[in-house]
Design a protein around this ligand. Structure first.
Ligand code: PLP
Length: 395
């Protein structure tokens, strides 16, 4: 099997697994209990918090552990909205191609009376700090812009957007789920007030995440109960998960440059090879791009059929995001960058990690053109395109 769907989830690293194991077995103490045995658990929790803080360049008391990226996004946005409402500010700025954890939370707020501005995304898959500056009003209580897109891998000018928000005194949140562990992040230098990350996107365990909230900013809990996470996230801590997340993040940050160099070389080989397919186009800017992301549209085919045939060849890939595949709607991300419906349906995302090999890239490069050809030969749309009864969108 060739696993090329690392933007959906990643394999747990052996280092993270090993670090987690004692907390499933001997070290089962509750960090909130007072006896010495449980204090070992409390120490592991504090250590994990420090490790995450070190990777983001913040203080450990600015880190809150959550059940994943979705929860962190929900809490950051709902909390900022509540703070905003208390000051009479009910306008939120985001982008049209955020993850659904952000978009659906914003839709919920819109029903509750908030005004949501979703910035248009350029066909390159980027937004500009100027767009953010122009959208901010006296009423704006939050700007939330994703660090890197999960489908097309484009990396936004986060530090510059953060600076605009700082100057206008508007809190700035970023969904950095695709960036954490893959790109160097410094929340201070990048003017980030809140940041979400998720363990399973960097070889940590699923169901684990963290939210960074800059000291001084009010954070409201989503979940009420005990005093865990300094009263901001009730519930007995998922200690094995937290230790696994912190270990995986530390490991990823320690090998960031070497992994990025290796993975981006594989990515570039894949992009160059797939570009040779006629009427195919890379989605998203080639340079401001996650090291592991490849996303193409192939005219005249259906992404779902492409995935099934690649699966037959043992290749795990994706078309749109994991949440949208299974539905017939084309990806909102591809529509946001201006791909027409019929083209957006024919998309393929291959997302790599440092454990992919050159041989795997060669195998993908031999499989994809074959499968695209096969599907095009059966496609009535493709026949029309070839006969000239229809014109190509992708030249
Ligand atoms: C995966 C992902 C999420 C959701 O994270 P979970 O830990 O799966 O809840 C949010 N945002 C982005 C950009 C993602 O890629």
């Amino acid at each position: 099997m060739i696993y090329a769907d690392n933007a959906a989830t990643t394999k747990l690293s052996p280092t993270a697994l090993e670090a987690m194991l004692p907390y499933f077995t001997e070290q089962y103490g509750n960090p909130s209990s007072l006896y010495a045995f449980a204090q070992q658990a409390a120490e592991a929790l504090a250590q994990a918090r420090q490790m995450v803080a070190d990777c983001l360049h913040c203080r450990p008391d600015e880190i809150y552990f959550t059940s994943g990226g979705s929860e962190a996004d929900n809490q950051a946005i709902l909390s900022a909205a509540r703070s905003g409402r208390r000051r009479g500010k009910t306008h939120i700025i985001s982008t049209a191609f955020e993850h659904h954890a952000v978009l659906h939370t914003l839709q919920k707020l819109e029903k509750e009376g908030f005004t949501i501005t979703l910035l248009d995304v350029h066909e390159s898959g980027l937004i500009t700090p100027q767009q953010v500056a122009e959208a901010i009003t006296e009423d704006t209580c939050l700007v939330t812009v994703m660090y890197a897109n999960n489908e097309i891998g484009t990396i936004q000018p986060i530090a510059e957007i953060g600076q605009v928000c700082r100057e206008k005194k508007v809190p700035f949140h970023t969904d950095a789920v695709q960036a954490a562990g893959h790109l160097a992040i410094n929340v201070q230098e990048e003017n980030i007030d809140m940041l979400s990350l998720s363990g399973h996107k960097f070889h940590g365990p699923k169901g684990t995440g963290a939210l960074y909230v800059r000291k001084g900013l009010t954070l409201y809990p989503l979940i009420e109960g005990g005093a865990q996470e300094r009263r901001k996230r009730a519930g007995t801590e998922n200690l094995p998960g937290i230790v696994g997340l912190a270990t995986a993040l530390k490991d990823a940050c320690a090998h960031l440059e070497e992994n990025a160099a290796k993975v981006s070389a594989l990515r570039d080989k894949l992009i160059d090879g797939l570009s040779a397919i006629p009427h195919a186009a890379l989605n998203g800017d080639r340079d401001h791009r996650l090291p592991g992301n490849v996303n193409f549209c192939f005219e005249g085919i259906e992404g779902e059929s492409l995935l099934l045939l690649l699966d037959d060849k043992g290749i795990c890939a994706s078309s749109g995001s994991a949440c949208t595949s299974g539905s017939l709607d084309p990806s909102h991300v591809l529509l946001a960058i201006g791909r027409p419906h019929e083209v957006a349906h024919g998309s393929l995302r291959l997302s790599l990690c440092e454990w992919n090999t050159e041989e795997e890239i060669d195998a993908i490069l031999s499989a994809v053109p074959q499968v695209v050809d096969y599907l095009r030969n059966m496609s009535p749309v493709w026949r029309d395109l070839q006969k000239g009864d229809r014109s190509y969108v992708i030249q």
